[in-house]
Write a protein that binds this ligand. Structure first.
Ligand code: AMP
Length: 436
């Protein structure tokens, strides 16, 4: 099969790595890709949001399957774009329809969906310009902290946790009156604050059936012990030690199955990944958010543990026969640690040459070869002449398997210690709460 993968981050390098291993993959194209995906297929300099250019590419390269990494093209309706086009209709496209992608694209859609299907989520009210004053009063009287969520996609920045009423009321005003998160975000979900530990659970669904992928936990803050600013993710681990069988059974029965049943009942076409952002409150799982695609950096640990042929699973999803598939998971632990540019998530410089020194060390290099347990996924990188240079905030996701979580983390750090670029930074404490 000729396969096209859309996106350019660490997630996309991980998917390219996994897809390339499939016996069904003949040619792999990545648009736009990065210096890592370049080692696995042909990068094509097209934005994942440029549907017309993607259409031309699909026809020219006789693409059979498209995998969409990021949420934006999905929320903008790339699935429907393919299905409504005579020449593209037969191509398998992994992702939800535009309507179903609102599970991520609209907080208010997701909350109402969960309410309709009795899926546990934080209590909430929703406001916009039409009931602005009622909302302001609601915020004024809400218990602290107050969670405000702008409705549309806001590049991961649309959730505000306000510690006092003045801040909450001012943010509420900025979102609705001043369109802080754009016109689509002029609607606010005001939500009860939940306290607990978070984890992410992933399924691939065909809209009727699903297969459960390994769960993961990511680390969002820039600083050690989860301090400082939020980032796109500084690392992740899988499995998650507190997600035992009893808890996961609750996730399946109270969250995953009602979600899939809800999609079916509402005729929402969905052939792709659902990412459940969960919080464990006491012993109960509660949904914080849905995403309509896989996570980054969670993909870098999840795919390391997945032993199935991923393309076979994609075809089964397209043909609505995921009930016949079994997921095979490596019992080992996986960890990924992000090397980021100095200054990230604030301002940082690009174009720093990356020196992969472990390649000169036979002892380390053997870990990075084929089954050696380590894969250095690239995120914000590009090729410049013969060098690989930094091209974003999150640069590399050094991912490793180990018999224990501690071993996976150690191995990942061992390789990170042999990578250098100016002002490189990484968190040394990924997985800290689970390691004695
Ligand atoms: P989201 O963009 O929905 O993933 O939210 C970003 C982050 O905000 C989540 O990962 C949580 O850490 C936090 N968050 C969102 N909603 C709540 C809530 N109701 N209670 C506590 N924390 C929340």
């Amino acid at each position: 099969m000729n396969i096209l993968l859309l996106g350019s981050g660490g997630r996309e390098h991980a998917f390219a790595w996994k897809i390339k291993q499939s016996k069904l993959c003949t040619n792999l194209y990545i648009a736009p890709g990065n210096a890592g995906t370049l080692q696995l297929g042909e990068n094509v300099d097209i934005s994942a949001n440029d549907f017309n250019a993607i259409r031309k590419l699909c026809i020219k390269k006789k693409i059979d399957l498209v995998f969409v990494g990021p949420e934006e093209p999905l929320v903008n309706g790339i699935y429907d774009y393919f299905k409504n086009d005579k020449q593209l209709r037969k191509i398998i496209i992994i992702g939800p329809s535009r309507e179903a992608a609102q599970l991520e694209g609209s907080k208010s859609f997701a909350k109402a969906f969960m309410q309709r299907h009795n899926i546990p989520t934080a209590a909430y009210q929703q406001f916009d310009a039409t009931n602005y004053a009622t909302g302001l009063e609601y915020v004024r009287n809400h218990s602290l902290p107050i969670v405000l969520k702008a409705d549309g996609l806001a590049a991961g920045k649309g959730v505000l946790i306000c510690l006092n009423h003045i801040e909450a009321m001012s943010e509420y005003e900025l979102i609705i009156q001043n369109a802080k998160f754009g016109d689509a975000g002029r609607k606010v979900v005001v939500e009860e604050f939940l306290s607990g530990v978070e984890l992410s659970v992933f399924v691939l669904t065909d809209g009727k059936n699903y297969v459960l992928f390994p769960e993961a936990k990511d680390y969002k803050r820039i600083g050690e012990s989860d301090t400082g600013l939020n980032t796109g993710g500084m690392g992740a681990i899988s499995p998650v030690p507190f997600a035992g069988k009893t808890f996961m059974d609750k996730v399946i029965n109270q969250i995953i199955e009602p979600t899939i049943a809800g999609l079916q009942k509402e005729n929402l076409v969905y052939k792709g990944f659902i990412f459940f952002g969960l919080i464990k409150v006491d012993e109960e799982p509660v949904v914080i958010e849905y995403n309509c695609r896989m996570g980054d950096p969670e993909s870098e640990v999840v795919l390391l543990r997945l032993q199935n042929d991923l393309v076979e699973l994609f075809i089964a999803a397209a043909e609505e026969r995921l009930d016949k598939e079994n997921i095979i998971i490596d019992p080992r632990s996986a960890a990924t640690i992000m090397a980021v540019s100095g200054g990230y998530p604030g301002q940082y410089e690009k174009g720093k040459v990356i020196d992969f020194r472990y390649l000169d060390n036979p002892d380390s290099k053997k870990h990075v070869d084929a089954d050696g347990g380590v894969v250095v996924f690239q995120a914000g990188t590009k090729k410049l002449n013969n060098d690989t240079v930094t091209d974003g905030g999150r640069v590399l996701a050094v991912s490793a398997l180990g018999d224990t979580l501690a071993e996976a983390i150690e191995l990942s750090k061992e390789i990170l210690n042999q990578i250098h670029f100016d002002y490189m930074h990484y968190r040394k404490d990924i997985g800290y709460e689970f390691i004695k």
